[in-house]
Design a protein around this ligand. Structure first.
Ligand SMILES: [Zn+2]
Ligand SMILES: [Zn+2]
Length: 171
């Protein structure tokens, strides 16, 4: 069942306890920021697979999975960076089960896959996205990319004013 709204209408699936099925649904990818840098997930929309199980006691168990590639700037050197991610997340829902057992993504028989998928994507990401595992970033003096500079790249640094002061005390 495809839905325009990024939601699955569970009532429409007519499942009874013990039933299980997998639904594919495409949801819009939301742009997001990580450490102040903007990233986007591709392809957009994201094609997600939702395994749905109807459990006893009017409950549900869901498993979300999809693959995506995150694109944006390297957090260290600002060159284009991309990161493939495989997202897997689970939710359970039991009516009257209290906060721990009620999914925030399920309301009035509608499972909000768009919100869930975008939240789960963020949780699956590292704290920062970099272009290569050993990106050395930028020279903190001239701002050039260290990977593009010779290994012995260095700057004549002005003497530290604190040492200057000590030196004056010595004489
Ligand atoms: Zn980099
Ligand atoms: Zn430099």
């Amino acid at each position: 069942m495809q839905s325009e709204t990024g939601k699955i209408d569970l009532a429409g699936l007519r499942m009874v306890p013990g039933d299980g099925q997998t639904v594919e649904i495409a949801v819009p990818a939301r742009q997001f920021k990580l450490g102040g840098v903007e990233y986007r997930a591709q392809p957009d929309p994201i094609t997600t697979a939702i395994s749905i199980s109807r459990t006893v006691g009017d409950g549900w168990a869901f498993k979300l999975s999809f693959d995506s590639v995150i694109r944006g700037e390297c957090a260290r050197c600002l060159e284009p960076a991309q990161l493939p991610v495989s997202v897997v997340a689970r939710e359970v829902h039991r009516v009257g089960g209290g906060e721990d057992l009620e999914s925030p993504y399920l309301q009035d028989d509608l499972l909000d896959v768009e919100s869930w998928a975008n939240d789960a994507l963020l949780l699956a990401l590292p704290a920062s996205i970099i272009c290569t595992k050993d990106c050395r970033g930028l020279c903190d003096v001239c701002g050039e990319r260290l990977a593009d500079l010779p290994d012995d790249h260095a700057h004549e640094r002005p003497p530290d004013p604190r040492w200057e002061a000590l030196r004056r005390l010595d004489t």
